[in-house]
Design a protein around this ligand. Structure first.
Ligand code: F0G
Length: 419
C-alpha cells in the first residue's frame, strides 16, 4: 500500500466510532480509535493514520485557531491554550531577493509555547485524557517537551520528557522545567531518547506523544489548512509550494494528509496540491538522501550534527508517510549547511521575524532551490518557520550583533558612536 493523492474517501469499517477509526498505512488493518492504546499496527508494526468517513470542505470550518478545523479532527475540542491562527507574514524584500512571484512566512513560533508542536498537543493530550492514561511522555530535541509540559499540566496530567543531554536549546529546557515536566537528560542523541520512550510506552509505563502518535499529526494538519485558506483569500489560489524544515517528518506527513483529505472531499484536484519541499541540515539529512537516491526507505544515520538542534535527527520515524508526500506532490528535499541556516536566520530577522535555527532551514532551502532553478520565478511559496527566536537565545546571540560596553556618560556614549 502507498499513500496517494487519489485515495477516495472510504466506507467506515466495523471498528469505526462516529465515522472515525485508525488504519495501518502498510497493511490496511483497521482499529477502533479510542479503545486501546496503540501507536503502530498490531499486525505489521506499520504506522497508523486516523481516518474519517466524512471529510470536510472549507465551508465546514468556523471560528479561529486549531479548533476552527474540528470537522477535520477526531474530537470536537481539546486541551486548549489558544494554539494556531499564526501569522502568515508578507516579506517583500525577501520575496525580491529570493526571486519568486510571492513569498509568505508562516510563523509557527507564534504559538503559545513558541512552536507548531502546540497544534499537535492540543489534540494529542485531549485524546490521552479520553483514553484515561496516567503519565504522558515524549523524547524531544526540545520543542515537543515544552509543548507536552504545558498541555500536560493544563490537563492536570503527569509529564515525563527525555532530552539528549547538552543538545537542547536553553529556552526549551526552561519551558519544560517551569511547566513542571520531569526532565531526564539522556546520554545519547534524540533517536536514542525516542527508542527508550517507545520501550516505556510499549511496557505501559507512559502514553507516547511524539509524532509517531497519529492523533498529534491530526492537529498539525491545521498548519496546511490555515496556509491554504489564507492563500485562497489573498491570491485566489493555493500556494504552488510549501517549504518546511524536516526532522522526524511529522509535519511533512501531516500536511500531505491534509491535502489528501481535501482532494478526497473534492475541494482540491491532485494538480492543485502544493509541492511539499523538505529541508534538512547537511549533518542530519537522511530524508534528503532517500529522495536523492529514489529509495523506498530511509537509512538511519547514527551520527548527526547541526547547529539547528531541533532537527538533529537521524531516524525520521514518519518517513513512510512523508516520502510519498514529497513524491506525490511533485516536491523535493534538499540539505543546507549550518552557515546557510544562520544566513537565513539573519535574513528573516532583518524582516523583523525572529526564528530559531531549524526554522530558518526552510528559507535557506528555498534560496538554494531557486538558485538551482528547481523552484521557478513564477511560483507562489509559503515557508514554514517552526520555532521562535527565544527558544535558542544562544544561537540568536551568536548570529547577531555583539553588545558594545560603554561608560555611563552621555559624552562618552557620543564619542563611542562617532568612532
Ligand atoms: N522545526 C522545529 C523548530 C522543531 O522543533 C522540529 C522538531 C522540526 C522543525 C521538525 O519537525 O519532526 O515534524 O519534521 N522537533 C521535535 C522536538 C523533534 O522534539 O521538538 P518534524
Amino acid at each position: 500500500m502507498s499513500l496517494s493523492l487519489s485515495t477516495e474517501s472510504q466506507e467506515p469499517p466495523a471498528e469505526a466510532v462516529d465515522g472515525t477509526w485508525l488504519e495501518c498505512i502498510e497493511c490496511g488493518e483497521t482499529f477502533a480509535p479510542f479503545d486501546d492504546i496503540r501507536y503502530t499496527c498490531d499486525e505489521c508494526d506499520g504506522l497508523l493514520e486516523v481516518r474519517y468517513d466524512d471529510l470536510p470542505t472549507f465551508d465546514d470550518f468556523s471560528g479561529s485557531g486549531v479548533w476552527r478545523y474540528n470537522a477535520a479532527l477526531p474530537l470536537e475540542t481539546g486541551v486548549t491554550i489558544q494554539e494556531g491562527a499564526t501569522p502568515l507574514y508578507r516579506v517583500p524584500r525577501l520575496e525580491e531577493s529570493v526571486g519568486v512571484e510571492a513569498l509568505r512566512i508562516k510563523h509557527e513560533g507564534m504559538n503559545p509555547t513558541g512552536s507548531f508542536k502546540d497544534r499537535g498537543m492540543t489534540v494529542g493530550v485531549a485524546v490521552a485524557r479520553e483514553l484515561g492514561v496516567g503519565r504522558l511522555a515524549c523524547a524531544s530535541t526540545g520543542n515537543t517537551s515544552a509543548a507536552l509540559a504545558a498541555y500536560g499540566t493544563r490537563a492536570d496530567m503527569e509529564t515525563l520528557v527525555l532530552l539528549p543531554a547538552g543538545k537542547v536549546a536553553a529556552g526549551k529546557v526552561a519551558q519544560a522545567s517551569l511547566h513542571g515536566a520531569r526532565i531526564l537528560e539522556v546520554d545519547g542523541n534524540f533517536d536514542a531518547c525516542l527508542d527508550i520512550v517507545q520501550d516505556l510506552a510499549g511496557r505501559g509505563e507512559a502514553y507516547l506523544l511524539n509524532s509517531l502518535n497519529p492523533f498529534r499529526l491530526e492537529g498539525q494538519k491545521t498548519i496546511g489548512l490555515e496556509i491554504l485558506e489564507a492563500f485562497l483569500a489573498d491570491y485566489d489560489a493555493v500556494p504552488d509550494r510549501i517549504v518546511l524544515p524536516v526532522g522526524n517528518a511529522g509535519n511533512t506527513a501531516a500536511l500531505f494528509k491534509a491535502f489528501r483529505e481535501l482532494v478526497a472531499s473534492g475541494e482540491l484536484t491532485p494538480e492543485d496540491v502544493p509541492k511539499l519541499t523538505g529541508v534538512q541540515a547537511e549533518g542530519a539529512a537522511p530524508m534528503v538522501e532517500a529522495i536523492e537516491n529514489d529509495a523506498d526507505e530511509v537509512r538511519r544515520w547514527d551520527e548527526v550534527e547541526t547547529r539547528a538542534t531541533a532537527i538533529r535527527i537521524g531516524n525520521p520515524v514518519n518517513a513512510p508517510k512523508a516520502l510519498p508526500g514529497i513524491r506525490e506532490t511533485g516536491g523535493t528535499a534538499v540539505s543546507v549547511t549550518d552557515e546557510e541556516i544562520t544566513a537565513a536566520q539573519r535574513d528573516l530577522a532583518g524582516e523583523g521575524i525572529g526564528v530559531e535555527p531549524a526554522s530558518a532551514a526552510s528559507l535557506a532551502g528555498l534560496r538554494k532551490l531557486r538558485a538551482e532553478g528547481v523552484v521557478d520565478a513564477d511560483e507562489r511559496v509559503a515557508c514554514l518557520t517552526t520555532g521562535h527566536l527565544l527558544k535558542d537565545p544562544d544561537a540568536a546571540a551568536a548570529a547577531g550583533q555583539d553588545p558594545e560596553p560603554v561608560p555611563a556618560d552621555t559624552d562618552d556614549v557620543l564619542a563611542h558612536l562617532q568612532r
